[in-house]
Write a protein that binds this ligand. Sequence first.
Ligand SMILES: [Zn+2]
Length: 343
Amino acid sequence: MPFSDVIGHERPKAILQTALRHDRIAHAYLFHGDEGIGKQLLALRFAQAINCESGDGCDACGTCRSCMQIEARTHPDFLAVEPDPELANPQIKIEQIRDLEHQIAYQPLVSRKKVFLINDADRMTIGAANALLKTLEEPPDHSILLLVSGRPSALPATVRSRCQALRFAPPARTQVEAALILKREIPPADARLLAAASQSRLGAALTMDLAATHAALDELCAVASPQTLRSVAAILTAAEAFHKSDRGPEVLDWLAQWTRDLLLVCVGAGQDHLIHEDRLPLLKAAARSAQADRLAGLLDEIDQLQRSAGRNLNLQMALETVLLHLREALLETGSRLEVGGSK
Ligand SMILES: [Zn+2]
């Protein structure tokens, strides 16, 4: 289970392996980036590589006693701290950081370094973060802290500034597809669907229900079909339903993919480039009367909306607007569009 076991993330891997090779490991790292893309896994592999008993010093063998114990969280010089997932509002409490402080004071028992992995570090309470700050200000030489966070902006700047930051971007979709084919033993078309539905987050794609994902896509295709888009009432109902079931961001992502595919079909691009190649007949039928410039404009618009997501974006209104603009792009303006409710 060496570094190569983690898909993508070539840059953070190279930085960590260079540090291992030259024995210049920082006292604290902050692994940050989207959820479910491999930050925690790489942090674990790094912890293994630091104390591996049989590797070359810059990777983990995955099979020695130390590597196995870190994997099983039973290594005496390794501690993983994370919020209690059973709680309604999972937090890392001050007691957990106090426990870490207590352990970090002692020399390693069996290995070179004591490694502390703090997962979902942004979920530390203020008290916990302040306690950790004291350790970060004067870390013992024998210790390494690995903070993992999907929301680094939620961490105090004082904590962030004392860590070497490693930014993780989602791996390329093709890399995720290849990994899914291998690890889930599914056909390429299904792998492509899961990679797209998970926004290239392998962690999520590995556990996604394939049948449910197909069903969700069927539903979305029905909503975005020219037949449904003909009715403004149907658009408003669909936007409201998606919003109420908390699927707004997911539907917006999918609409971006669908619009992109429609545009590619519209301009006659090869079908290899389509995300939803398996829905080619639907895409072709919808693109028949589509206007490429309007689709391109819509793609920009969705991109803008996605960037403002999280900043009080009214998702229901955003979905309504996107669907109404998709309607304009796919259906000729004029007599064919009904302003009323019936199909
Ligand atoms: Zn090992």
